[in-house]
Design a protein around this ligand. Structure first.
Ligand code: HEM
Length: 527
């Protein structure tokens, strides 16, 4: 028997009593039940077993990408217009319509490659995922801080991530893996020129842009659709770190960006971003030298001006990391009326991947969790049961009817707001082909030419120091690509590695690329 004489609260201790999850008070949280003070433990020791076995299950799988992140809450305030034009001309999405209308948001900023305790000063894209709790249900805009991505077809995503993650045998980061893959992936050049520039290490989460990256659609009340791209512009400005600054910061704190965000919100310095939208008609745009559904491309701002549609203010920190950060779940399929997908081949793959991984990572009822469920719209489904079902979603007046159609008081279908036969008609053979307008180098070159001199120096340094650790054939192929991006980039990185244009001229174009006559001419003209 437990010696109860020494237990119990001190006289006058007003604190609440600890219980277990069954609501039983816990009288001794220091000693498990044993046969005698030194004897073996007993197995019926419910409180002890519950405590330990719950602890054994405290971790869920971390996100396969974007494992480390910081969450904050706030609101989105609509301008009621797309620039100077009434917004309902372009979208009927309710959250945008009225000037000053506020929609609550949750945002998760993240790094991509490292585990959930890894450094926030890594050279890595940053995630920028926003959940809008709208009156029509949730809308997730799951973006990054860089405007483009490494690949344009979702089938390559596991490969690009494996290449960027540590070696599966040694668990060491290895530039040879990264550049082996990238050297065989010409469409990655635009992303690489961004990632290895100073923009590749944002100073923190408050001073970075966000981009939807993929192409989406807007739809108005007449059912007319347009292609759109989203950009978040920080009112705080954009700031980046050099490799040396980043190394210093992470020597003292691997979580500096989370700290910076929390501290700013705590002191009332609420960060803000403006949401800008670029738009084009919903067709192939054969006049452009890139495909509007290609996420390795940006849309030129002079032709497709970004116009502000609202601003986001973050004014509240999380109160619990696990329930609000580990369990929050974003997905590109989470859209509301007036917003739609495009046929962007990445977007389709992403839309499958997010809810698939969340059913595995969090559980099949992840959408019942407070941080994920809609806050401003009812949820009435016939979905039932499954692991960790927390409650029954609202049902019709007859709770026995968990199916549809029914005339016995169950739920009914809504009415689609417009006809669903608007938008482009698409015909074609079922095939596996890359898009015709790949144009892998041009925008990477433009980006390089737009950089200030110190940014170019930094880019060359970063490429050269990483490539120095790579095998010679990988170095040569990367220099070959860089020469096609921009002479200066190829010549300078090549010079650092002891590789001249003549050394790489024998390389043939990759089977995975569309190599134009102009590309061939550029190489021939070099040295
Ligand atoms: C997270 C898949 C491309 C931005 C994730 C997760 C998966 C995934 C499985 C983990 C989600 C979770 O556990 O909750 C994919 C696939 C892609 C792709 C298959 C390509 C086909 C992209 C692109 C962007 C992006 C292009 C940027 C626009 C993010 C962000 C997160 C994320 C921000 C973190 C969300 C959070 O904070 O919870 N992605 N991704 N992903 N992805 Fe992607």
């Amino acid at each position: 028997m437990t010696d109860v004489s020494s237990l119990g609260p001190e006289e006058g201790d007003k604190r609440e009593v600890l219980t277990n999850r069954q609501g039983h008070p816990v009288y001794d949280n220091q000693n498990q039940r044993t046969v005698g003070a030194r004897g073996p433990a007993t197995l019926e020791n419910y409180q002890f077993l519950e405590k330990i076995s719950h602890f054994d299950r405290e971790r869920i799988p971390e996100r396969v990408v974007h494992a480390r992140g910081a969450v904050a809450f706030g609101y989105f305030e609509a301008y009621g217009a797309w620039g100077d034009e009434p917004i309902d001309r372009y979208t009927r999405a309710k959250l945008f319509q009225e000037r000053g209308k506020r929609t609550p948001v949750a945002i998760r900023f993240s790094t991509v490659i490292g585990g959930h305790d890894s450094s926030e000063a890594a050279r890595d894209p940053r995630g920028f995922a926003v959940k809008f709790y709208t009156e029509d249900g949730n809308w997730d805009l799951v973006g990054n801080n860089l405007a483009v991505f490494f690949i344009r077809d979702a089938i390559k995503f596991p490969d690009v991530i494996h290449a960027l993650k540590p070696d599966p045998v040694t668990f060491r980061d290895d530039p040879n893996r990264v550049f082996d893959f990238m050297s065989q992936t010409p469409e990655a050049m635009h992303m690489l020129v961004n990632l290895f520039s100073p923009r590749g290490i944002p100073s923190d989460y408050r001073h970075m842009q966000g981009f939807g990256v993929n192409t989406y659609k807007w739809e108005n009340a007449r059912g007319e659709t347009r292609l759109v791209k989203y950009t978040w512009m920080p009112k705080q400005g954009v700031r980046s770190l050099t490799e040396a600054d980043a190394a210093n910061i992470q020597a003292g704190d691997v979580g500096h960006a989370t700290r910076d965000l929390r501290d700013a919100i705590d002191r009332g310095d609420h960060p803000e971003w403006e949401l800008l939208v670029q738009m084009m008609s919903d067709d192939e745009h054969s006049e452009l030298d890139f495909d509007p559904l290609d996420d390795t491309k940006t849309w030129p701002e002079n032709e497709f001006p970004p116009r502000a549609v609202g601003k986001m203010v973050l004014d509240r920190n999380t109160t619990d990391h696990f329930t609000e950060n580990e369990q929050i779940a974003f997905g590109t399929g989470v859209l509301v009326d007036g917003l739609d997908f495009s046929d962007d081949k990445m977007l389709v793959g992403r839309t499958f991947a997010y809810s698939d991984t969340q059913r595995y990572r969090v559980g099949p009822n992840y959408l019942q969790l407070p941080v994920n469920r809609p806050k401003s719209a009812p949820v009435r489904t016939n979905q039932r049961d499954g692991q960790m079902a927390y409650y029954v979603d609202e049902s019709g007046e007859n709770p026995h009817v968990n199916y549809e159609p029914s005339i016995r008081g169950g739920l009914r279908e809504g009415q689609y707001p417009t006809t669903d036969d608007e938008g482009p008609v698409i015909t074609g053979q079922v095939t596996r082909k890359r898009i015709p307008r790949t144009n892998d180098y041009q925008q990477a070159g433009q980006r390089f030419r737009l950089m200030e001199e110190w940014e170019r120096d930094d880019l060359v340094d970063n490429f050269a120091s990483q490539l120095a650790a790579c095998d010679r054939p990988i170095q040569e192929r990367m220099v070959w690509h860089f020469l096609l991006v921009e002479d200066e980039l190829g010549l300078r990185v090549g010079d650092r590695l002891g590789i001249t244009p003549a050394d790489v001229r024998h390389l043939k174009p990759l089977a995975s690329q569309t190599f134009t006559e102009e590309d061939g001419q550029r190489l021939a003209n070099l040295g």
